[in-house]
Design a protein around this ligand. Structure first.
Ligand SMILES: [Zn+2]
Length: 150
């Protein structure tokens, strides 16, 4: 694996209680019971990054940090054979039917609607990370395009 390539990851959270959360300059974000997914990438030290996401108390740096105290950590996983967190967001929405929580949430630096997504299912039983990676492969990266960071 090329170490200079950022590693993609997804974090699955569960929301048990409805909440209105003030997310920095973005403003109020409403969350409701169900499952949420955060899509990100880390250039190095993915373990430390995930550990940080897991922590509740920390200086708020990313949008997801503001939501974190209102969400229950379920699990995280890495996608080592893919590239591009925006491509990941598109693939994930297409494959799982997940939708953007709010425009601009977690996507201040790109053109995605959001990098925080809500899963349509109450229980993510059908959402198997290995299966997702396989389906993304099967669809091919061409179907999802490349990153729009330009
Ligand atoms: Zn994006």
């Amino acid at each position: 694996m090329n170490k200079s390539k950022p590693t993609l990851y997804l974090v699955l959270f569960r929301c048990d209680r409805e909440a209105m959360v003030k997310v920095g300059a973005l403003g109020d974000v409403s969350i409701s019971p169900g499952y949420y997914v955060y899509a990100g990438s880390a250039k190095r030290n993915l373990t430390a990054r995930l550990k940080r996401h897991r922590k509740l108390q920390k200086p708020f740096r990313w949008h997801i940090d503001y939501l974190r105290p209102h969400l229950v950590w379920v699990r995280s996983f890495q996608l080592t054979e893919h590239e591009g967190e925006c491509a990941l967001v598109r693939a994930f929405c297409l494959v799982t039917g997940a939708t953007a929580v709010q425009k601009g949430l977690g996507s201040s630096d790109c053109r995605c609607e959001a990098h925080v997504l809500k899963l349509p299912q109450k229980e993510p039983a059908e959402w198997d990370p290995a299966g997702f990676s396989e389906r993304w492969n099967a669809a091919g990266t061409a179907a999802f395009g490349s990153n729009h960071h330009d």
